[in-house]
Write a protein that binds this ligand. Sequence first.
Ligand code: TZP
Length: 213
Amino acid sequence: MTKQPIDYALYLVTASYDYSEAHFLQIIREACDAGVTVVQLREKTASTRDFYELALKVKAITEEYGIPLIINDRLDICLAVDAQGLHIGDEELPVAVCRKLLGPDKILGVSAKTLARAQEAQAEGADYLGVGAMYPTKTKETPITAFATLEAIIQGVHVPVVAIGGVKEANVMDFQRVPIHGLCMVSEIMQADNVTGKVRRLRQKILDLPGLQ
Ligand code: TZP
């Protein structure tokens, strides 16, 4: 399988909250059906075996819709389920090591909060960068990234950049003039009362952004 170009526009990052597995998988299915363009499976507390089994189930759904699946943090699980890619932060293996172990055909995403980190990650083999949190968020304890930093990163690298952290339907328009490749959301989609309606509206709003790359 060679590396496919990815449409990052509406990037769903999962959280399982206290949902049953069936409910969690149903949300992912609805989100895929309604138009998310990438799914990242993010499981911070699952055992290796549970993460692996869940990843296989999520991959069966994303494959049905032809949507790429990215695995958060766990290179072993990315390889074990043959997902399209891996997303890492500062606490995982170094970017260059992940790139070497993944080979050239897997997508490698890296979280970056500064231009220096973004450029370093790009040089070491990142395919895209995730920047944030752009707004306060309950999903992850992490400092806020200024829009000026986001824009400096976008200007300073040649790989796609996506924004994350507190992104919601209500603030999508803040990205109007930012030449961004996509917006990532956890709670806005995973906790929506009506996932289909939420994803459809988000998709329309994001695709209408004049700056979208
Ligand atoms: N990385 C930076 S902020 C964040 C992650 C995983 C959490 C985003 O969650 P939400 O619910 O979309 O604010």
